[in-house]
Design a protein around this ligand. Sequence first.
Ligand code: PXL
Length: 244
Amino acid sequence: MIVMSIAGVDPSAGAGVFADLKTFQAVGVYGTGIVTALTAQNPYKFFSTLPVSEDYISEQIDSVMDAYEVEYIKTGMLYSPEIIKLVSEKITEYNLKAVVDPVMVATSGGDLTREDIAKAFNKYLLPKSILTTPNISEAEKLTGLKISTKDDAIRATEKIKCDSLITGGHLDGINTINIDGETSIVKQELIETDNLHGTGCNLSAAITAYLAKGNDLHTSILNALDYVYDGIENGDHGTLIAKL
Ligand code: PXL
């Protein structure tokens, strides 16, 4: 089972490709990593972004696909509409099943995208993906809806252009899942902590890894929510740490 992360690099390794690789390893699959951008940041402060060219992202993907059979991928920081379009073309070319974390703004407020890219996610990537995992603010940007209640979140999942999990860290721990038009709610107790850097990255990576191990989508989501919750409880230095 070989999976792929297509995302940015956070050198403090709580988020981005490095974090995804650690989660792939923790869940028990072999991870590969395509870098869309370097960043200079830590869990508390974002310094800068250095994007990689589309041609070079394309070459990285092709070089891994040349050697390995990959079925499941996850995407994180994609930075620009052009990169989103490129990734959607690769999904078709290699017949990939994609879990999309629609990253727009870092928890620390950093510059993870060149511009408003919600439109590009909706146009190019989500219609070709098996799941997207927005937080409340990302779901608002994807749908144009304001989300303050559970019913708002359910309405938003119905508008998103693929199966979705709207995470509930900013909605009293109410996670809203929509698979094939069926809604379900998973409520988690909120934890008082600052170990939240990289939660979205690690969640989508864990879902991808559980899928690659043969679990169905709903089970993969439940397992991944538990994995991240444990990681937050065990976390340190502002980021989450998996208990092995
Ligand atoms: O969690 C969003 C995210 C994605 N990708 C990179 C990040 C972050 C948040 O900091 O740094 C590279």
